[in-house]
Ligand binder design. Structure first.
Ligand SMILES: [Zn+2]
Length: 173
């Protein structure tokens, strides 16, 4: 999935306890770790280009950092370490990281950055359906809208009228 959607999924599923915005970063992190250094690398070398790069133009170290950041072993270890050190709310926020791996494993085909979910133990890759396909990406968008709609504080119609919104305001859980 695209990085922006991952960030939104982080917020949608894990950004409503103590840490409201950190899950955005945890959700995007697996992509930021390999691709921000790659972006800087491309800018330095003067071969920056927009759009999907060809596989051959991507340096080898990007694949290694990608495999590391996208492994369930990395994501789940992070969550467990935080949990072990009594940072339970932080561990909850960090669940956005392994969730990124789950989403990518089903939304990348084997042609382009398939996710090695058990790296470095195994190179197993699930052959998913590319998120570049409209039916996949729009389903992603619709699901995000539904979740954000569900998570809003007050029902949308009621919130338009100030008096009713006071009467019907949802109790904070
Ligand atoms: Zn990713």
């Amino acid at each position: 999935m695209d990085t922006f959607s991952h960030a939104l999924w982080g917020k949608a599923l894990f950004g409503y306890r103590k840490y409201l915005y950190l899950p955005i970063l945890f959700g995007a992190a697996p992509d930021l770790i390999p691709f921000i250094p790659n972006l800087i690398y491309k800018l330095i070398n003067g071969n920056f280009s927009y759009g999907k790069p060809s596989i051959e133009s991507i340096p080898g170290w990007v694949f290694v950092t990608y495999d590391f950041s996208h492994s369930l072993i990395t994501g789940i270890s992070l969550v467990l370490i935080l949990y072990f050190f009594e940072k339970k709310d932080l561990a909850f926020a960090a669940l956005a990281w392994p969730f990124h791996t789950f989403v990518d494993s089903v939304s990348h085909s084997k042609e382009f950055f398939a996710t090695k979910i058990f790296w470095p133990i195994s190179d197993y890759q699930f052959d998913g359906v590319s998120w570049g396909r409209p039916e996949v990406w729009f389903t992603n968008l619709i699901l995000l809208i539904i979740i954000f709609y569900y998570r809003r504080r007050t029902p949308l119609i009621i919130s338009w009228t100030p008096m009713l919104s006071k009467l019907f305001k949802r109790k904070k859980s």
